[in-house]
Design a protein around this ligand. Structure first.
Ligand SMILES: *Cc1c(COP(=O)(O)O)cnc(C)c1O
Length: 358
């Protein structure tokens, strides 16, 4: 049947409220797979937050995403990809008055203004992230080109801390800019910057720490579709992999959902490297730990027994093995699933309300 993201609504919304209350001017980011919730749900949630927490700007990744966001969000929508005449010049969405464009080159702003005379823009500066942005030497020209349509500056920084110097340089060099949108600057860094630049409005753009910042409110569970006892040496799967004694379990959730799909590794610490090496060695030996685990009813999720794949996941289902000595689940039971929500596509998302809480 399904692999489902269950959201403890009251707990999740309490976290959203807390985050918005502590991060003044926060701009929620909704893009890609909608952080596992789907962009529709997060756009609706942003609209709810616009009503009760004053969210007045929502950021999306692309112009394509902007069309859907504008339909569901009643205040302004910022597009994070920079406006490029050759890519975006013909889009009908350009003229939407609620749209705020990101620009990185004077020529692009001139082009935009010939198509949409009053287009509002933010001017992106190139940071050490080295993705999009005008070089600091070209930035004054970009600001001049933006003219009266300029809402502010924008900087996208790498993950981690240590951004104070880099951000301070921009703020110092361009004192006429009253508002900056900043990505990946911590609350502590924002606090210090606000103290140092009291006349400037600093607005953090946040996706992950907002939507996924309360992991205890989020669980993914998958339906057990089939369970069969197996003897040692029995084979299963497309590749006829041999199993130990126990039970073979067929469970919802496969590559189509992003189950067990890693994004290119961003292994940072020695410990993470050791884990990757160890898992790689097991994988080479045909043993791959699955993200599915078996929790006995009412059990602690942290004590759930991890299960091993019989073979790599299929499009819609996975084959996992429950060893002898462990009570197998029944058809219709659910397994817990550990997923990276930024690369996950649920069949369904269930948001509990206070009265449905258990
Ligand atoms: C994706 C993105 C964000 C949000 O990043 P998170 O790590 O999810 O908070 C902010 N700014 C820009 C420019 C982005 O592309």
């Amino acid at each position: 049947m399904s692999i489902v993201l269950h959201v403890d609504g009251p707990r999740w919304r309490a976290h959203l409220d807390r985050t918005l209350a502590t991060q003044t001017g926060l701009v929620p980011v909704v893009k890609g797979n909608g952080y596992g919730f789907g962009s529709g749900l997060l756009t609706a949630e942003s609209e709810r937050l616009a009503g009760h927490a004053g969210v007045d700007l929502l950021a999306v990744g692309t112009y394509r995403e902007a069309t859907a966001a504008l339909a569901g969000f009643s205040a302004d929508v910022l597009v994070l990809e920079p406006y490029r005449p050759s890519l975006h010049g013909g889009l009908a969405v350009l003229a939407e008055p609620a749209l705020v464009h990101t620009v990185t080159a004077s020529a692009d702003v001139h082009d935009l203004h010939t198509r949409v005379p009053n287009a509002r823009v933010v001017a992106e500066g190139l940071t050490s992230m080295n993705r999009h942005g005008a070089h600091v030497d070209d930035y004054a020209d970009l600001l001049a080109a933006a003219g009266a349509g300029l809402l502010g500056g924008t900087l996208h920084l790498p993950l981690g801390s240590g951004h104070l110097t880099e951000v301070s340089e921009w703020l110092t060099q361009f004192p006429a800019i009253g508002t900056w949108l900043l990505s990946h600057v911590s609350s502590a860094e924002l606090g210090r910057l606000r103290t140092a630049y009291p006349g400037v409005t600093l607005r953090p753009r946040v996706g992950t720490a907002l939507w996924l910042g309360e992991p205890t409110a989020l669980t993914v569970r998958a339906d057990v579709l089939d369970v069969r006892p197996v003897a040692s040496g029995n084979r299963a799967g497309y590749r006829g992999r041999s199993m130990g004694a126990g039970h073979l379990v067929v469970v919802s959730g496969g590559t189509a959902h992003g189950v067990a799909m890693d994004s290119p590794s961003s292994v940072a610490t020695l410990r993470q490297r050791a884990i990757v090496l160890a898992e790689g060695a097991l994988e080479a030996a045909g043993r791959v730990r699955s993200p599915f685990s078996l929790r006995h009813s009412g059990g602690d999720p942290d004590a759930a027994a991890p299960l091993w794949f019989v073979e790599p996941p299929h499009m819609q289902v996975s084959l996992v093995h429950v060893p002898r000595g462990t009570a197998p689940p029944a058809i219709g039971d659910q397994l817990d699933v550990r997923v990276r929500l930024t690369t996950f596509w649920a069949d369904d998302v269930v948001l509990s309300s206070p009265d449905s809480r258990h």
